[in-house]
Design a protein around this ligand. Structure first.
Ligand code: SF4
Length: 331
């Protein structure tokens, strides 16, 4: 039995992952798995909440996400990687927690209104979608997680998870620890148009894309609008290319030169982008090779998911025993 502190996090299988996922979560997961007992869920029930009318891509997306995770370095030997619906206790705990979660907490949840606005092409006026944060709370509490790595935009959900845990414990006795927020250090990664990188904005650089495609996107990426001509001076802090440099360019001296060169028009935007591409290529080359190799081994991918789900179920069964007993149900 792994005695290390447990951590849970998940991603919805709604499409291939992009560099923002890598900088905002995956690079951190790769570090965390060396220190903690990590459970990483491909949360297909969450995808169903928004894609219920057309779930034809969910299965394929689960494998795409798995490939992205493994390629970046999430290691099935060090952490448990599984599909949420393969661990039935996620659905059970969702139901149990639904009993005690006040409707007002969900209606007030800031991301609920935001998601309804963002996904206007989908009818999200469902019972399940309102209960989305309860399922999320269940995902975390099922593993009695000590901590959850989240970006700042997810911290409201985690607060709700803690409130649900407190309320459950208040009714039935101490079952759930209140999980800590492990704030992911990365700030928001900009996309090619300067807005936050997001699949739905069509501005993302995807992990699976070859470098030629990536260069096509980086070449036309927005820069500081003040630099209309090569001789115009610019401000790196107003340029999304600079933000991406800061994420992926580890050469401090080159960064300083680019910063200075932008301020005094000593470097052109195309050269600046070429330098960025050199760093992206160096980083992505092994990742893409690994991804291509893994894609040829579907049986191994299935095995990874089976092993991960078996490990997850072991913990989940124990938690559900505690839940049934605390709620005074015959089980
Ligand atoms: Fe952006 Fe680089 Fe051009 Fe400056 S030189 S505006 S940082 S792309």
């Amino acid at each position: 039995m792994d005695e290390r502190k447990r951590i849970f996090s998940g991603m919805r299988p709604t499409g291939r992952l992009h560099y923002g996922h890598m900088a905002g979560a995956l690079i951190n997961w790769v570090k965390l798995q060396n220190e903690y007992n990590c459970f990483w869920g491909i949360v297909d029930w969450h995808a169903m909440m928004s894609d219920y009318a057309d779930p034809s891509k969910v299965k394929e997306n689960c494998y795409e996400i798995l490939l992205d995770w493994l390629a970046v370095g999430v290691d099935p030997e060090k952490s448990s990687i599984f599909i949420q619906s393969h661990v039935k206790q996620h659905a059970e705990i969702h139901l149990a927690l639904s009993m005690i979660t006040p409707l007002g907490w969900l209606q007030r949840c800031p991301t609920y209104k935001e998601q309804i606005l963002n996904l206007q092409n989908k009818d999200l006026s469902t019972y399940a979608f309102l209960g989305y944060p309860v399922l999320m709370a269940g995902d975390i509490l099922l593993y009695k997680s000590w901590g959850v790595p989240v970006g700042e935009d997810q911290s409201a959900h985690l607060e709700l998870t803690r409130e649900v845990a407190r309320r459950f414990n208040g009714f039935y006795g101490e079952v759930f620890p209140e999980p800590e927020t492990l704030l992911t250090p990365a700030a928001k990664m900009p996309g090619t148009d300067g807005r936050k990188m997001s699949k739905s904005y069509g501005n993302s650089l995807q992990i699976a894309e070859d470098m030629e495609t990536i260069w096509g996107k980086v070449r036309t990426m927005m820069t500081d609008p003040a630099r209309e001509r090569r001789t115009d001076k610019g401000t790196p802090e107003k340029c999304p290319v600079w933000d991406v440099h800061k994420f992926f360019n580890k050469d401090a001296q080159e960064l300083a030169e680019i910063h200075e060169g932008c301020l005094n028009a000593g470097i052109g935007c195309v050269d600046c982008k070429k330098k960025l591409m050199a760093h992206l290529t160096e980083m992505m080359d092994p990742i893409q090779k690994r991804r291509a190799e893994l894609a040829k081994r579907p049986d191994d991918l299935k095995q990874i998911l089976e092993t991960g789900a078996a490990r997850a179920r072991k913990v989940a069964e124990g938690t559900m025993e505690n839940v049934y007993s605390a709620m005074n149900l015959i089980h």
